[in-house]
Structures are given as structure tokens and as C-alpha cells.
Design a protein around this ligand. Structure first.
Ligand SMILES: [Zn+2]
Length: 275
């Protein structure tokens, strides 16, 4: 076998998702000499426009939003030193029930097999050892996140290339601390709605297989998040400031759903068993 560098591929739904749940691992593994590939499935046209104008409101020009968010994504990748950025450029779908879900070219509206084909092509090209995406609920129920999950799992099955596959998650123990800090800085969270069908977010701590220390890369992660300034109103983490953010987000957590290495869990490295 020829000597090739280990490769991490993260598959995300929107420009800015790479920062929140995987910014730390992308920065850390790049610093360790691992090739990092970010695949962003949608173009982010349902995001806020210049001046905070909301999708559907007068003056919200989806093409202008797409161009702005592409530039922000490029800047975010520079902050995280991502080796390769690949965009699938589907139209994003907005939240469950929005009309944008049914628009032609919408990611949610694209057959899984069709989008999985395109991702499988990227997996064959980059041959990632480790692939990271969302769980089957897209972590919090966003249709584009659910679709990213579906096409990733289909593409992994089709190619049989990655040795390890992970879903991003948050330990339940972290929510309490998180809520406390948010309250401290005056960010209001809606009370959980008992009638809502949203499943509980995150996982019990003992179901989390993988805890990766990214404390040394908190600055880069914050910088990557800050690159998406046009969406700042939706990115409440930015209100924490870099120091608090790094303190609170110093570990990224995952659940391992595919493994051919036999590495024991819990583990503290996505590449355990591969180096
Ligand atoms: Zn997203």
C-alpha cells in the first residue's frame, strides 16, 4: 500500500454547521497532519440576507444570500485549515413544513439515492478513514440535517470505504451547564414544549462513545463561527465571546456507529485504532 495521509470527512447540511459541532475536530486533525474534507450539502439560500432580512421578506434575494454565504464558508474553512471544501449546492429547505421544502432542486426533495451517488463519488475520490455526520433526527429535526444523515449513510454503505463513522451528539449533562451560562449572559431559551414531538436532544453520557478534547482549538472554532457573521442572529454561541465559548465547548462528542478497527470505547480520538 502506498503511504497516504489519514483523512477525515465531515458531511454537513448548511454553511455554518461545520463550525458548531465539528469545528474543533476539523481544526485539531488538520493540525495533526490529517487531510480534512468538508462536504456542505446546501447553498444556504434560506438564511438571513444582508442587514438581517429574513427569507420570504421583501428584499431577501436568495442568489445574493448564496453568494454571501459561500464567501463566509470559504473564510470559515480557512480558519479551520480545511484541506478540501466540496459543496453539493442543493437549495436548502427551511424548517419542516416550509414551502421551500417542495421547491425544485431542494435538498429535502432530492431522492436519497441521487444525492448519495454524488457523495459516494467524493468518498471514492478522497477515501476518508473517518466520516462524521448527524444522527437520524439530524440532531434537532431540521429536514436538511436529516437528509444529510440519510445520504451519508447510503453513500458509506455503497462505497464501504470509511473504517469509522460517527454521528455528532451532545451529552445530556452538558445541557444543564449550557443553560446556566446562557441565562447568565441573558440569552432566553424557549421552555421545552411538552406537546411537541421533538425527541429529547443529545444522549445520556454513558451512550457517548467518543469524547475529543478540542480545547486548544477553541479560538479557531470561534473564528470559524464568527466567519458566518451574516447569520449571527441565529448563532447564539457567538454571544458567549471566545473565552467562555472555548470553556463551554472544549470537548466535541460523538457516537460511533461503524467501526472496523476494534478500538475500545469510550475513546478520545476519532482516529483511535487507525494510527
Ligand atoms: Zn444546519
Amino acid at each position: 500500500m502506498t503511504e497516504r495521509s489519514l483523512t477525515l470527512m465531515a458531511v454537513h447540511a448548511h454553511p455554518d454547521d461545520e463550525a458548531t459541532s465539528t469545528g474543533g475536530v476539523l481544526a485539531r486533525y488538520a493540525a495533526e497532519g490529517i487531510t480534512t474534507v468538508l462536504v456542505t450539502c446546501t447553498d444556504g439560500r434560506c438564511g438571513d440576507g444582508p442587514g438581517g432580512v429574513k427569507p420570504g421578506d421583501p428584499g431577501h434575494d436568495p442568489q445574493a444570500v448564496v453568494a454571501m454565504r459561500q464567501a463566509e464558508l470559504t473564510a470559515s474553512c480557512a480558519a479551520l485549515k480545511v484541506t478540501h471544501l466540496e459543496t453539493l449546492d442543493y437549495a436548502d429547505s427551511g424548517m419542516m413544513g416550509w414551502a421551500a421544502n417542495d421547491a425544485p432542486g431542494a435538498f429535502w426533495n432530492t431522492p436519497v439515492a441521487e444525492a448519495a451517488d454524488r457523495l459516494a463519488e467524493l468518498i471514492r475520490r478522497y477515501r476518508p478513514d473517518v466520516v462524521v455526520t448527524y444522527d437520524e433526527n439530524g440532531f434537532y429535526g431540521h429536514p436538511d440535517h436529516i437528509q444529510a444523515h440519510r445520504i451519508t449513510m447510503a453513500a458509506v454503505e455503497r462505497t464501504d470505504i470509511p473504517a469509522k463513522v460517527y454521528w455528532t451528539t451532545v451529552p445530556r449533562s452538558a445541557f444543564q451547564e449550557f443553560g446556566r451560562v446562557m441565562k447568565e449572559i441573558g440569552v432566553e431559551f424557549p421552555e421545552p414544549d411538552e406537546s411537541s414531538e421533538m425527541p429529547e436532544l443529545g444522549l445520556p453520557d454513558d451512550e457517548i462513545t467518543t469524547w475529543v478534547d478540542i480545547g486548544a482549538y477553541g479560538g479557531q472554532k470561534f473564528e470559524s463561527l464568527a466567519a458566518h457573521a451574516s447569520q449571527a442572529e441565529n448563532i447564539f454561541f457567538l454571544q458567549l465571546g471566545q473565552e467562555r465559548f472555548t470553556e463551554l465547548m472544549g470537548v466535541e462528542t460523538f457516537v460511533r456507529v461503524r467501526d472496523t478497527t476494534g478500538a475500545a470505547t469510550p475513546e478520545d480520538d476519532l482516529f483511535a485504532g487507525l494510527r
